[in-house]
Design a protein around this ligand. Structure first.
Ligand code: COA
Length: 332
């Protein structure tokens, strides 16, 4: 497999303290723990109580920097992947930069919905290819509850808040116990399917006027069934594409970390790829769909649980609104 100079040296993740169980939803909308569990695999999700995107991202970033053995002052770039930034301006990356006590480096947001982290990895890989001195912090943080209509049972039960982070460096740090080489990333998008999953209100095509109340389009709106089908097909295709162009087969992968949206999507992907359940990471039951944050939360948790060891090949794959989708290979 070809080697690149982009080394994943540290990961971190953070969930807000408050937990909302399926039973908690039963008093809010016409639903049941049984329906949510069987249709999604989700049992609970973590909910922000006033923390913004950069607050959750900061906690994940501090952990990732600690793991990488770097201080914020050694960073060269901060990338924030989110569709729920603290504010439109300043962007969430600048707010995070200030919280980290760093200045005078590049800081930008990337919005590709649930595929955000994979897109962030590819941008970081490019920056690392430009300079072996690059230390790029990629943070994926979402406060989805700020864009969920609690009264819409078909979406409100699916999402949770959280953040994950990774540090990528342009050169391999000496003496690092678990260091991944981000060997390849494969990104896709198709705007023709955008209407199936939207958050429109407040955008320039759907401006809010002073004093106007928000309507349903301010929140996540989704054609769940259609999204489901595309998610399975696209995540399968982009997983196979990245494996094939690296002369690999699914059985060569030690751990597949899919976007955690719905256990039925993950199971369908695993079945199509003929994956051994031991080689599949699942935590959707605890956190629900945390959008861009779901893959780095799962990566951080997999490392914490020692599901990834030196020598392992890890495949990450995600799908999201836009539509966007992508996969990434990390050789540890
Ligand atoms: N509780 C109880 N009933 C619910 C419900 C809830 N939370 N949400 C929807 N329903 C109802 C529907 O109203 C519908 O009722 P009807 O038959 O009387 O009209 C019924 O359940 C079936 O709805 P349907 O949408 O066909 O269910 P489904 O099996 O497709 O499951 C999703 C719905 C949303 C769980 C599923 O489509 C899904 O996971 N889609 C992908 C969503 C996703 O993960 N998106 C993010 C990808 S990045």
């Amino acid at each position: 497999m070809k080697q690149n100079n982009s080394f994943l040296t540290g990961c971190g993740f953070h969930l807000p303290e408050k937990v909302m169980t399926n039973h908690d939803f039963e008093s809010l909308v016409d639903t049941s723990d049984e329906w949510i569990t069987t249709r999604t695999g989700i049992k609970q999700r973590h909910i922000s109580t006033g923390q913004a995107c950069s607050d959750l991202g900061y906690q994940a970033a501090v952990q990732a920097l600690h793991e990488a053995g770097l201080t914020p002052q050694q960073l060269t770039h901060v990338l924030m992947t989110t569709f729920t930034p603290d504010t439109h301006i300043p962007n969430a990356a600048c707010v995070l930069l200030e919280k980290l006590g760093q200045r005078n480096i590049a800081a930008m947001d990337i919005n590709t919905a649930c595929t955000g982290f994979i897109y962030g990895l590819e941008v970081a890989r490019g920056l690392c290819a430009l300079s072996e001195d690059a230390n790029v912090l990629v943070v994926a943080s979402e406060v989805l509850t700020s864009r969920v209509n609690i009264k819409d049972r078909s979406t409100s039960v699916l999402f949770g808040d959280g953040a994950g982070a990774a540090v990528l460096s342009g050169s391999r740090p000496p003496g690092h116990e678990l260091c991944g080489n981000l060997t390849d990333v494969c990104l896709k998008a198709d705007g023709s399917l955008g209407e199936l999953l939207t958050v429109k209100g407040g955008g320039s095509a759907y401006p809010l006027r002073l004093g106007q109340m928000v309507s349903e389009n301010f929140f996540i709106q989704m054609e769940g069934r259609e999204v489901f089908k595309h998610a399975v097909r696209s995540m399968f295709n982009v997983s196979m594409e990245i494996l094939e162009r690296n002369n690999l087969r699914p059985e060569d992968v030690n751990l597949v970390i899919p976007h955690q949206a719905n256990i039925r999507i993950i199971d369908a992907l695993a079945k199509k790829m003929n994956l051994d359940p031991d080689n599949l990471f699942v935590n959707v039951q605890k956190y629900g769909n945390t959008s861009a944050a779901s893959v780095p939360i799962a990566l951080g948790e997999a490392i914490q649980l020692k599901r990834i060891k030196a020598g392992d090949l890890v495949l990450m794959v995600a799908f999201g609104g836009g539509f966007t989708w992508g996969s990434a290979l990390v050789q540890y």
